[in-house]
Design a protein around this ligand. Structure first.
Ligand SMILES: NC(=O)c1ccc[n+]([C@@H]2O[C@H](COP(=O)([O-])OP(=O)(O)OC[C@H]3O[C@@H](n4cnc5c(N)ncnc54)[C@H](O)[C@@H]3O)[C@@H](O)[C@H]2O)c1
Length: 440
């Protein structure tokens, strides 16, 4: 913490009228490059376990704290982390606030369930920490806006886990699209296809002795423990999760938004439902959502959680269509086609990045983390500043709101707010467990 005090003082006393980003940039350069950055990782059952080892292996970084409300996950992750990097054995803690009170911690890494993402990120920013927050960066649109405000206010680096932003191949082909390789790009198609099984019908059950269910719920209003939600299946329940569109659509819709150069939509529609199984799953296993933008551009999301038929030979990806051709992009590279479907350029490099494995992990995750550490130290450009992460996540939330209300949403293209539909706008925020309200 102390090493960033200078930066804060600098920013406070710097002359008015200079853009915040410039100030932040100049100030970031003040941190000595030799400084080790120290991370705490929150939520290590699956994705967080991957992130913990990735941060521990990263140049100039170590993991000092593993935080989880499942004591079994803590011991597993401590063992994995202590076998890589500097070999430091992290301390295990159950309560996030203990990690945030620790002055040695520079970065909070968040891979807890979605209802925790923005609340934990904002608490960390208020404690002076940088944040790596898994996608989606928010549980609802309002939390995304609060997180963007908090980042600006507390002036720390916030990186969302949209790791394809770290792909050299994706960046290269997006440059080529901007230079006109397919003419004017106007349509982006995002897809994901998997064969997830049913989750059954949950029954009330005693809270397992390895779990602190009160802290697991955190900001979410209290509900009784059921035996088919924890771990992972919470993704499919509105109370904590955000469905497949925020789970995997965030990655692919983010690629389309990047390639088309669009921000907030003017119109959002959605069709689909829980078609494959009759069980507790509340979101949709099949969803076709569309997002229209000013300048005659559209993105669609084709999400299939329970039917693995590939598109363009891939279980996940994005295709960008333009006046003169099409680009297909995935985590390993891209292919450019002309209007006659002839392949004119291809590049691929095995990044090792997992595609359908639910833990994720691999080369792009490592690169995305390395980018964040360099942004903190050296002021290199950030792969995906949080206001960009928020815009992509917001599209996914709007897709869910359109599907749930069954209506076409008309949106303000300057901020994505829903116009003329008070019912739909009720889904912008949420109720909190008393004492856990999110404030910037
Ligand atoms: N970027 C990617 O490629 C990628 C891949 C997989 C998952 N994810 C994201 O990572 C997040 C976690 O997903 P998962 O599959 O690992 O879920 P999971 O349910 O398997 O694990 C979540 C962990 O968080 C812990 N947790 C809950 N409340 C906590 C608290 N208050 N303090 C500390 N720990 C707490 C749980 O006990 C559990 O260990 C999700 O938001 C998901 O979208 C991202």
């Amino acid at each position: 913490m102390k090493r960033f005090t200078d930066r804060r003082t600098f920013i406070k006393t710097a002359s008015a009228g200079v853009a915040g980003a410039t100030l932040l940039g100049a100030a970031r350069g003040m941190a000595a490059p030799s400084n080790r950055l120290v991370a705490a990782v929150m939520g290590v059952n699956s994705r967080g376990g991957v992130l913990a080892t990735s941060f521990a292996r990263a140049e100039g970084c170590e993991v000092a704290v593993i935080c989880d409300v499942d004591e079994r996950a803590i011991s597993r992750s401590i063992k994995e982390v202590s076998e890589v990097g500097t070999g430091r054995v992290p301390k295990g803690v159950v309560d996030l606030r203990e990690a945030l009170d620790n002055p040695e911690i520079d970065i909070l890494v968040i891979a807890a369930p979605d209802h925790w993402h923005a609340p934990a990120a904002i608490m960390a920013l208020q404690a002076g920490k940088h944040v790596y927050v898994e996608k989606p960066c928010s549980y609802n649109p309002q939390e995304g806006e609060l997180l963007v405000q908090a980042q600006a206010r507390y002036n720390r680096v916030v990186q969302m886990g949209n790791q394809q932003r770290a792909s050299m191949e994706s960046a290269q082909v997006i440059d080529a699209i901007n230079e006109g390789i397919i003419g004017r790009p106007y349509y982006g198609r995002a897809w994901y296809a998997n064969t997830r099984g049913p989750i059954g019908r949950g029954k009330p059950a005693p809270v397992p002795d390895w779990l602190n269910y009160d802290l697991w719920q955190g900001p979410a209003p209290r509900v009784p423990y059921m035996d088919n939600r924890i771990h992972y299946n919470w993704h499919w329940f509105w109370h904590w999760g955000t469905g497949e569109i925020c789970n995997n659509g965030t990655h692919e819709i983010d690629m389309c938004r990047w390639a088309l150069g669009v921000d907030y939509p003017t119109k959002v529609t959605s069709a689909g439902g829980r078609y494959r199984y009759d069980d507790d799953w509340e979101f949709y296993d099949t969803q076709i959502a569309s997002f229209e933008f000013e300048g005659n551009k559209t993105i669609t999301w084709d999400g299939r959680s329970c039917n693995g038929r590939v598109v363009e030979g891939r279980g996940r990806g994005a295709s960008i269509h333009g006046d003169h051709g099409t680009v297909v992009i995935d985590r390993n590279g891209y292919i450019v086609y002309d209007q006659d479907n002839r392949e004119i350029w291809r590049r691929s490099r095995a990044t090792g990045e997992a595609t359908l494995d639910i833990r994720g992990g691999g080369g792009l995750t490592d690169r995305h983390i390395a980018n964040m550490l360099r942004v903190i130290r050296d002021d290199v450009p950030q792969n995906s500043p949080i206001d960009e992460g928020h815009k992509s996540t917001l599209l996914c939330h709007l897709g869910n709101i359109a599907q749930e209300t069954g209506r076409t949403l008309h949106c303000d293209p300057s901020n994505g707010h829903i116009l003329g539909d008070d019912d739909a706008m009720k889904m912008w925020g949420r109720d909190y467990e008393p004492g856990w309200e999110v404030k910037v």
